[in-house]
Design a protein around this ligand. Structure first.
Ligand SMILES: Cc1ncc(C[n+]2csc(CCOP(=O)(O)OP(=O)(O)O)c2C)c(N)n1
Ligand code: SF4
Ligand SMILES: [Mg+2]
Length: 286
């Protein structure tokens, strides 16, 4: 625990729930080797968050937050959707942008931080749903890749607009019916990971979040590569158990199932990214 980025007002401490105090006292900030192995002892996200019980987005959030190499100097930019519900329940700097604008906002923040703090490492990460990343925000997403912004974009793909009650998105599977898409999707799933490669990302991964250790590895690689080379993109399957009619303890099974088909692990590494990853491995940071 090094830098106080989240400090409870001493005069109010006696009225603050223990969970919120834990966010301060059990944080793992300042440890460059932090990771998902800390999770049993650390507190990254309040238990009483506002996602549905068993929602894989809450698992993904915990793994990602535990894996950030530089949380004191990280800003997470998010967009409206189920993804955005957890941000009031964590102890990191976040910015809520207009739906779809997240990569444009993140680009501005990254450039400003580089100008304002030239001697400091500041990581900027976008975390948004498939509707925000692939549909309504696709222009902003791709343009940030074309401009080679040094940011990491993470898409939580639950293959639906979940927060607004179940409309189909570009990442919905062909033929799938949702409450508010009764005719079934006409077109195949948009392969966003391939668009990311074709648009200039240097490190791209598609996978589910069924394996915490794997999430840690790819998050760290994506952030290190973004710092030194350019845009990186992680496409995570985080199924909406509510909209596909599963119980709260079914998410892991659903992800493991899809690990064998449309979310089979896929990783692209550009030659420049290879160099950064090799260097970080030598430093013992990966
Ligand atoms: C500019 C704008 N357009 C539309 C909306 C309505 N809206 C809020 S959440 C949401 C769906 C988000 O879907 P996704 O990005 O896939 O995230 P999820 O809820 O599935 O995690 C939409 C369309 C909005 N809030 N702002
Ligand atoms: S509606 Fe779906 S994506 Fe949203 S919190 Fe519930 S399970 Fe998660
Ligand atoms: Mg979605």
């Amino acid at each position: 625990m090094s830098i106080n980025i989240f400090k409870i007002n001493e005069e109010l401490r006696e009225f603050i729930p223990q969970e919120v105090i834990d966010l301060e006292e059990k944080a793992t900030w300042g440890n460059p080797k932090r990771g998902v192995m800390d999770l049993p002892y650390a507190k990254e996200l309040l238990e009483e968050h506002s996602l549905c019980a068993g929602c894989p987005e809450s698992m993904a959030f915990r793994y990602i937050l535990a894996s950030l190499p530089n949380p004191e100097d990280t800003i997470i930019v998010n967009s409206t959707g189920c993804t955005s519900l957890v941000f009031p329940h964590i102890a990191l700097h976040t910015v809520h942008s207009l739906f779809g604008n997240q990569n444009a906002v993140a680009s501005g923040i990254k450039r400003t931080l580089e100008w304002r703090f030239p001697d400091k490492v500041k990581d900027v990460i976008v975390l948004a749903g498939d509707g925000a990343t692939v549909d309504i925000g696709l222009d902003c997403t791709l343009q940030s890749f074309f401009r080679q912004e040094k940011i990491t974009t993470i898409c939580f793909d639950n293959e639906v607009y979940a927060n607004t009650g179940g409309q189909e998105s570009g990442t919905t599977v062909q033929g799938h019916v949702f409450k508010m898409a009764p005719k079934g999707k006409q077109w195949p799933k948009v392969p966003m990971w391939q668009l990311a490669i074709d648009s200039g990302c240097h490190y791209v991964v598609r996978m589910s979040v069924s394996s915490p250790k794997k999430v840690e590895q790819v998050v760290k690689k994506a952030i290190y590569v973004a710092r030194e080379v350019g845009p990186t993109y992680l496409h995570f399957y985080t199924p909406c158990i509510l909209e596909i009619g599963l119980n709260s303890d079914d998410a892991l099974m659903e992800m493991r199932d899809k690990d064998k088909e449309r979310f089979k692990f896929f990783e692209y590494v550009s030659p420049q990214a290879e160099e950064v990853i090799a260097k970080k491995k030598e430093e013992g940071l990966l």
